[in-house]
Design a protein around this ligand. Structure first.
Ligand code: FAD
Length: 307
């Protein structure tokens, strides 16, 4: 009699959960997974803490109101380590699935479940002068670089919460801050808009887009055009673009929306079994720290229940 074929045996895994990305969402997920008793690895490619790290004053998060993003990241990292997470600095470059496990060959890890928390990059304007003057007057961190432009005139591009928060910080240091907004209404929450409107050194250009950033050794001006075609050259020493996020999801081949964010079900699982996506990497993300933390906990608990 011919022997009955055996089902392929799942390989011995090094971990039960691997979390890729140690921003707010990834740190929350890793801590929760470890607290659920799962052997958990957490990877980050260098900028531990992600987008919030460079924020000067965090808003809307109980217990951390007004503290720096870096302080919040430190607190959360303490929780990650205390929970027993195996934190490994390094970029995850490949992720492959087979037979109810995942492998991260470049990181010598095999795991039952993966939680993708790779977040997003800040979008750039894509106009002439932006790349050439990056770090010499073009900045995406008001908290890091604002002090360089103390007493000078600067511009912030964008109309969301992040743009307004960064502009409010710059208004404390700079002579004048001009906000350049593509629409006629800001997307930011009224609390930030009201604060900005009340400041005498804050100015607004509505229905306006940046066409060019002008300068040689540093930024001298931006060339603007409004929706009616009128042009203006605004003399400034620095420009800070905060025009939204581009999800970092190239690592995985799963369903995505037209912005590149991973689509997920109610448990934050992608269309690849065992692969979850959370925080700014996923479609429908709420946009705030509280949402990132909730995502992390939801995915970690779903992974735990599924093993
Ligand atoms: C200017 C600004 C101000 C803000 N202020 C507030 C605020 O006051 N209150 C609030 O609630 N929210 C605020 N937010 C929003 C908040 O910062 C984000 O929603 C949140 O930080 C997103 O977290 P995340 O973990 O999803 O992603 P990210 O913060 O992007 O973290 C992703 C991490 O993954 C890492 N990574 C990516 N790819 C890989 C890879 N292949 N291998 C290893 N690691 C990888 C990245 O380096 C990064 O560390 C602000 C955002 C901005 C831009």
């Amino acid at each position: 009699m011919a022997p009955t074929p055996r089902a392929p045996r799942a390989p011995r895994t090094t971990h039960q959960v691997a979390v890729i990305g140690a921003g707010i969402a990834g740190m929350a997920a890793a801590t929760e997974a470890a607290r659920c008793g799962l052997k958990t690895a957490l990877f980050d490619d260098g900028l531990l803490g992600g987008l919030i790290t460079n924020v000067g004053a965090v808003h809307g998060h109980p217990g951390a109101e007004g503290t720096t993003g870096a302080d919040l990241v430190n607190t959360m990292l303490g929780e990650v380590l205390e929970a027993g997470v195996d934190y490994q600095p390094g970029t995850v470059t490949t992720l492959t699935a087979a037979n109810d496990h995942w492998s991260l060959p470049g990181n010598s890890v095999t795991t039952r479940r993966v939680i993708l928390a790779t977040g997003a990059d800040l979008r750039t304007l894509g106009v002439p002068g932006e790349e050439a003057l990056a770090g010499r007057g073009v900045s995406q961190c008001a908290f890091c670089d604002g002090g360089l432009y103390k007493g000078k005139d600067v511009a912030v591009v964008g109309g969301g919460d992040g743009a307004f928060q960064e502009a409010l910080h710059l208004a404390e240091l700079c002579a004048n801050v001009t906000m350049i907004l593509r629409g006629k209404k800001p997307r930011a929450r009224p609390v930030f808009v009201r604060q900005a409107a009340d400041l005498a050194n804050m100015h607004f250009r509505w229905n306006t887009e940046v066409q060019e950033i002008i300068g040689n050794d540093g930024v001298d001006a931006v060339r603007l055009e409004d929706s009616g075609g009128a042009e203006e050259t605004l003399a400034i020493a620095a420009v800070f673009p905060f025009i939204g996020l581009a999800p970092r999801t190239a690592l995985v081949n799963a369903g995505k929306d037209d912005m590149g964010a991973l689509t997920v079900d109610a448990e934050l699982q992608t269309d690849q079994p065992g692969l979850y996506a959370i925080g700014a990497a996923r479609a429908g993300y709420g946009g705030q720290i509280a949402h990132a933390i909730a995502d992390g906990k939801t995915a970690a608990q779903a992974a735990w229940r599924s093993i």
